[in-house]
Structure formats: C-alpha cells, structure tokens
Design a binder for this molecule. Structure first.
Ligand code: ADP
Ligand code: MG
Length: 267
C-alpha cells in the first residue's frame, strides 16, 4: 500500500482536485484506492455528495478513538464513492475540534497508525489536507511516503510555497525517513505573463523539486466537480486530466526506479 498526501498551507491551489483526480485515475487502472479527507471544510467529502455537517461517521471518529485510548481502526468509517475501486474516509466538520484539542499531544500519528490496519485492503491511499498548519496537516505529513505540493502559478503562490517548505523542514526533523515531495504548478495559464514568470522563478529556486510539466487551467475541472465525478471519469481526454495522468505516471516510474535501486543495494 502506497500512501501519498497533497498539502499546501494555502487554499484554492488545487489540493482537493489533485486528490480526486489521482483517485479516479488509480481506481480506473484497477488499484483499490482510498481517499482521506482531513480538511474540516470537507471539500473532498462534498465532492462525493456527502454533507460534512451531517455525517455521523467520519475520520473524526478515529481521533475520538485515539483520545479515548482505543485503537483507531478506519474500516467502519470508510464508504464507497460509488465509483468502482474508489473509497473515501470522509471528514465531518467536527474534525475542526481536533485542531483545537490536538495540542494535548500524541495526536500527530493517529492516521499513520490507523492505516496499518488496512494495508491489505488498499493499493493506494491519497490524503487531502487542510490549508493550515495544525494537527490535521501534521497527520497527513506524518502518514505519507510522498507529498505533492500544488502551487498556484502566481506571485502569492511562491510565498505560500516558501511557507510550506519551511513547515516541511520543521516536521522533517521528527520523521524517521525524509519526506520526498514534488512541487506541482497548478492552474497554469500560459497566456498570462504571471504564470510563465512564476514558473520560471519556481524552477530557478527549487530546481528538479518542481515537476517538469504543469497542470493547466481547464474549465472541465469545474464541470467535473459540479457533476460530482472525478475528472478522469468525466473527461479523461481533457487537458487537465491528461496532465494529472502524466504527473501520476512520473511518480510511479520514479518509485519503481527507486525500489529497483534499493533491491540492487541489498542484493
Ligand atoms: P484546494 O483544495 O487547494 O482548496 P481545489 O482543488 O478545491 O483547491 O480548487 C480550487 C478551485 O479551483 C475549485 O473551484 C476547482 O474546481 C478549481 N480548479 C482546480 N484546479 C483547476 C484547474 N486545473 N483548472 C480550472 N479550475 C481548477
Ligand atoms: Mg481542498
């Protein structure tokens, strides 16, 4: 089971879109995929037509279990999205309280620990995270093997990226393994100078940490979201869906070459 997270301390950068689109592509390839909503706004949850204000069982239950010193087991809270091979562990707005109580400590590994119990059930887990640093984001960063950081192709996007990388520096120290990440330029509009300029600056500053292509602005993204269908299923040949497919394949091939290297090293 591979665990990825999508995170950035800025909202509106394409985090949820990335999670849903990855989920759709992976599921359509036959991978059993679980999406986890760790954002109190519950946008991922709403995408699949569930109301985060109303649901009784959600990722919040895992935190409650952990606080009650019970072993957090995700299975009872996971629901089907209605798309084959794609499940979601939804958020209820109640998880905002985790952020407030979380300071009590020991809550940073709830998701990481609970996922151990579903290793055999899923091939991929993709975690959506809130746009602010707190216990929920820490849970996403602690649980994942690879992080995607969507960044808006505009000046404020660069500022947000700086902040996010600073956070990673802080959190990285408490992780056993270093956290690998890919910076993903999103909502890229090649007709605008600001998109082109920010991309150039991003590449100058962060080199090959930046994915070598971009996710273009594409009206199909909003259409898919309005229809409650992952973009990969709604319009697989759309520009954004193709870009996401390329990003995902890039990641999978990097993973394969890394595991080949480590097999070689231990042989
Ligand atoms: P976040 O989760 O970071 O807040 P979202 O994924 O919800 O960001 O995206 C914010 C808004 O931008 C949504 O309305 C979404 O439909 C839209 N959006 C995201 N990616 C694209 C894209 N590539 N092209 C056009 N609109 C997009
Ligand atoms: Mg979101």
């Amino acid at each position: 089971m591979k665990i990825w997270a999508v995170s950035n301390q800025k909202g509106g950068v394409g985090k949820t879109t990335t999670v849903v689109t990855f989920g759709g592509i992976l599921a359509s390839r036959g991978y059993r995929t679980l999406l986890i909503d760790l954002d109190p706004h519950g946008s991922l949850t709403s995408y699949f037509r569930m109301n985060p204000d109303r649901i009784d069982f959600s990722v919040y239950n895992l935190f409650q279990d952990a606080m009650a010193r019970k072993k957090p087991l995700p299975e009872p809270y996971i629901v089907s999205t209605g798309f084959e091979g794609l499940w979601v562990l939804p958020a209820s707005t109640a998880i905002a309280t985790v952020e407030r109580q979380g300071g009590a400590g020991g809550m940073g590994l709830v998701i990481a620990n609970s996922l151990a119990a579903v290793r055999a059930q899923y091939d991929f887990v993709v975690i959506d995270s809130p746009p602010m640093l707190g216990v929920l984001m820490v849970n996403a960063l602690a649980a994942c093997e690879h992080l995607f950081i969507p960044v808006l192709s505009e000046f404020l996007g660069l500022k947000g990226l700086e902040r996010m990388l600073h956070t990673l520096d802080m959190i990285g120290k408490s992780r056993k393994a270093p956290l690998n990440y890919t910076i993903v330029p999103t909502l890229f509009d090649r007709r605008t100078r600001v998109s082109v300029q920010t991309l150039r600056i991003m590449r100058e500053r962060y080199g090959d940490r930046v994915w070598d292509a971009v996710i273009p602005v594409d009206t199909q993204v909003r259409e898919a979201s309005d229809a409650g269908i992952p973009l990969s299923h709604f319009m697989p040949r759309s520009r954004a869906a193709m870009a996401y497919t390329e990003l995902l394949d890039h990641r999978l091939s990097q993973d394969r070459s890394r595991s080949a290297e480590s097999a070689f090293a231990t042989a």
